[in-house]
Design a protein around this ligand. Structure first.
Ligand code: ATP
Ligand code: MG
Length: 180
């Protein structure tokens, strides 16, 4: 399983539609300060369902939509899609490629889809439970996050081990069942 492609439109500094294609292995993104490297990581976090504008280095969700420049008008929505190679079937879905997309309008309305079919945020989250990929996963390690892990409460740190051990989905199901 690896990230094959990211498509961005109107996300933060990316006003034009752009595609970034990756191969299996290590890829580095380099560029001058402020050129949008971290925005690419934010886009991945966002499409996986990040709900906190602060985690995305903004103050409100609208801040992920291209805000315009002197020569260019702001845009009305932002969309990101990522395509993951799933030929090893690590994601519990019967497709060898999985595309997850999210779009948000200035009104705040958010839409998600998996392989082109509209879905709920919950479906996106469930797809990635126990893979280490979801927004709570450890595959995106942001600046300062290592310190946060080391200084977090034991219960919070345990969540990381649960994710690695692959028992998050069972814990979630148990807590849903207990509420019924
Ligand atoms: P550094 O090397 O300093 O970490 P970086 O390449 O990671 O830089 P980013 O933080 O990804 O840079 O990009 C910051 C740029 O994105 C800033 O110029 C900022 O104005 C722009 N930006 C962020 N949100 C928006 C938005 N909604 N609309 C337009 N531009 C935006
Ligand atoms: Mg950066």
């Amino acid at each position: 399983m690896y990230l094959k492609n990211i498509e961005l439109y109107g996300f933060k500094s990316f006003a034009n539609k752009i595609q970034l294609t990756f191969n299996n292995g290590i890829t580095g993104i380099v560029g001058p300060n402020g050129s949008g490297k971290s925005n690419v990581a934010d886009a991945v976090r966002w499409v996986l369902g990040e709900q906190s504008a602060k985690q995305l280095r903004g103050s409100k969700m609208e801040d992920v939509i291209f805000a315009g420049t002197e020569n260019r008008r702001q845009l009305g929505y932002s969309s990101v899609s990522i395509t993951i190679d799933n030929s090893d079937k690590k994601l519990p879905i019967d497709f060898s490629e999985v595309t997850v997309a999210r779009r948000v309008y200035r009104s705040g309305e958010s839409e998600y889809s998996i392989n082109g079919s509209n879905c709920r945020l919950k479906d996106v989250q469930e797809l990635f439970f126990d893979t280490g990929i979801g927004k709570e996963g450890y595959s995106i390690i942001g600046q300062g996050q290592i310190d946060k892990i080391l200084s977090s409460k034991p219960e919070d740190r345990r969540d990381l081990f649960d994710e690695a051990a692959g028992i998050v989905k069972y814990k979630k199901r148990k807590s849903v069942a207990e509420k019924k």
